[in-house]
Structure formats: C-alpha cells, structure tokens
Design a protein around this ligand. Structure first.
Ligand code: AMP
Length: 194
C-alpha cells in the first residue's frame, strides 16, 4: 500500500523542513506546489508568467490551475510508493478535487498532518527565512496576509479531514527534532513505517 501524506498548516509552520526529513526516511515523492510555482516563475514559463504577481502578493493561484498541476504530477510513476503533498490542497475545492483524483486510481490519503502554530511565531520564522533565502513573499506584510489567507481558505480543511478520520494534529512551535518525533510516531501507526 502506498503512503499518501498531506502536510497542512500556515506559512512558517515548518512544513518544508519536516518534508525533507520524511522524504529522507521513507523515500516517498515530495510534491511542494510552492516550489513548483517558484521554479515556473524562474524559468519564465507561461505558467510562471501567469502566477508571478499572485505569489508576490501572497494570494492563492486559481484552483483549476493548481488541480491541473497536481493531476499531472500524480500521474508520474514516481508517486507509486506514495507522495508527500506540501502546500496542496489549500482550499475546499482543491481538497475535493484531490479526493476525486485519488478515487480514480483507488487510492486514499493515509494521513493529514495539521501543523499548529500561532501567527506571531510563524511570521517570526518567515522573517528568518526572508534573511536566508530572500523570498519575495516572506516580508512581514505579505507574511501576515498569507496567514490571513490560510485562515480564510485553508483552515476549513481541518474539519474536512477530521471528519474523514485522517487528521493528526502536530504542535509545530517546537524544535525540528521534537516535531519530527511526533510525526514519526504517527507514521509508524499509519503504516508500520518508517
Ligand atoms: P508555499 O511555498 O507553499 O508557501 O507557496 C507559495 C505561494 O504559492 C503561495 O503563497 C501561493 O501563492 C502559491 N501556492 C502554492 N500552493 C498553492 C495552492 N495549493 N493553491 C493556490 N496557490 C498556491
């Protein structure tokens, strides 16, 4: 059985950091929609040109574009063992589309990790990342806006996945090792892995 995981949480919660650890231990494919969009912007592809301003503002890219991106990516052979979705879904229509896509290939999510962190702690982390990586959407003003977008558009997914019995809450305002320990425990219960 494949290990199909979603990381859900606001910007600055540490999803990318934990994703790297999960991948190293499980070998499943990391699908980070923010990374995919940023590389499209860097390449200047038609998709990149379309989404650049949206990313800079900290708004969400339209659902139909995102669902198409994920549909193509999930069809890759590399996801047979499982996938780690980082940054998708971010809206209810995206979550419903994901359920449909998985249903078509008789797969279902193994677990959805909900990264819990307050706005101040998250925005402070993004400030550090802005210094290290220079991401144009990590400035304080845009970071607060992205948090607000998370509350409005993405937070409803917590109830959506809780109802489906796949949600596991993770207290994300602790050290990388502590957070990863909690994730590992949950993964062992889900699948006997890693
Ligand atoms: P991230 O790296 O996950 O923080 O994503 C960076 C930016 O990419 C977000 O602020 C959005 O503009 C865009 N983005 C990434 N994933 C999605 C998604 N699933 N739906 C809409 N926009 C997205």
């Amino acid at each position: 059985m494949s290990l199909d995981v979603v990381l859900l949480g606001p910007p600055g919660a540490g999803k990318g950091t934990q994703a790297a650890r999960i991948m190293a231990d499980t070998g499943i494919s990391h699908i980070a929609t923010g990374d995919m969009l940023r590389s499209a912007v860097r390449e200047g592809s038609p998709l990149g040109l379309r989404v650049q301003e949206i990313l800079d503002r900290g708004d969400l890219v339209p659902d139909d574009l995102m669902v198409e991106l994920i549909r193509e990516r999930l069809n890759d052979d590399g996801t047979k063992e499982g996938f780690l979705l980082d940054g998708f879904p971010r809206t209810l229509p995206q979550a419903e589309a994901l359920d449909r896509l998985l249903g078509e290939v008789e797969r279902a999510l193994s677990v959805v990790f909900e990264f819990q962190i307050g706005e101040e702690a998250a925005v402070e982390r993004l400030g550090h990342r802005a210094e290290e990586q220079g991401r144009s959407d990590d400035t304080t003003a845009v970071a607060h806006h992205r948090f607000e977008v998370f509350r409005r558009e993405t937070e409803p997914l917590i109830a959506y996945y809780r109802t489906r019995g796949v949600l596991v809450g993770i207290r994300a305002d602790r050290t990388v090792n502590e957070v990863y320990g909690e994730i590992q425990e949950a993964l062992e219960q889900v699948n006997g892995r890693p």
